[in-house]
Design a binder for this molecule. Structure first.
Ligand code: PCA
Length: 211
């Protein structure tokens, strides 16, 4: 049996909860084909999230890593192609910090970017076959999700485990988040939580099938 590390994020900003956390919690311990899911939640603070991730990689030695987070405003699920070595926050993190125009990694030879090592096209095809509209995204933003994807790929590379498939899914808001938007704000597109969880599960299956 292979192990897939699945992470979601804690709640942040004005959102009452985080659908990525709910999906990760729902899938924790489940088996999909030959793969067993181990879920964890990450804090929405860059250094704390990178440290948590390092500990998780060490503890579980996963065969695949699927990170997930909320992209409020996106209408569909997306799988990210790239993580940039940049932090440029438009909103504070959960420690109240707003990092602007800074590198995500200050090590001397840190690359400008890492490409996701997930089978991106296969994930999108898997979603479509399951009746879930979704696509590849070419920007994970410059906030904590991009940071965590960068550091996950960086840590795997440093551990000599760059062959471990690793990438990031951004999920839309769920109904709870859309209902929490005040009337003077633009409405949020949303998907029912069950559909968000199903999309993450399909991605787990597609990644697991190739291990
Ligand atoms: N989404 C944020 C950080 C935490 C989350 O769920 C992002 O897209 O960076």
């Amino acid at each position: 049996m292979s192990t897939l590390l699945l992470t979601g994020f804690e709640r942040f900003h004005t959102h009452p909860s985080n659908p990525s956390a709910q999906a990760a919690e729902a899938l924790n311990g489940q088996a999909a084909g030959q793969v067993q899911v181990v879920s964890a939640l990450l804090p929405v603070e860059p250094q704390a999230a990178a440290a948590a991730l390092r500990a998780l990689l060490e503890r579980h030695q996963p065969d695949a890593v699927l990170l997930t987070g909320l992209a409020a405003g996106r209408p569909q699920v997306t799988v990210e192609r790239v993580a940039l070595n940049v932090m440029d926050f438009l909103i504070p993190d959960n420690a109240g910090q707003t990092y602007r125009d800074l590198p995500a990694c200050t090590e001397p030879n840190a690359p400008a970017a890492y490409l996701s090592t997930l089978p991106l096209r296969a994930v999108v095809k898997g979603w479509h076959s399951a009746g879930i509209p979704g696509s590849i995204s070419n920007t994970a933003g410059l906030y904590v999700c991009n940071f965590v994807l960068y550091h996950a790929l960086h840590q795997l590379a440093r551990l000599g485990r760059a062959q471990v498939p690793c990438g990031f899914l951004h999920v839309p808001a769920n109904a709870e988040l859309a209902l929490a938007v005040s009337e003077d704000q633009p409405p949020l597109p949303y998907l029912p939580q069950e559909e968000i969880t199903r999309a993450v599960r399909v991605a787990v299956e597609i990644v697991g099938r190739r291990l």
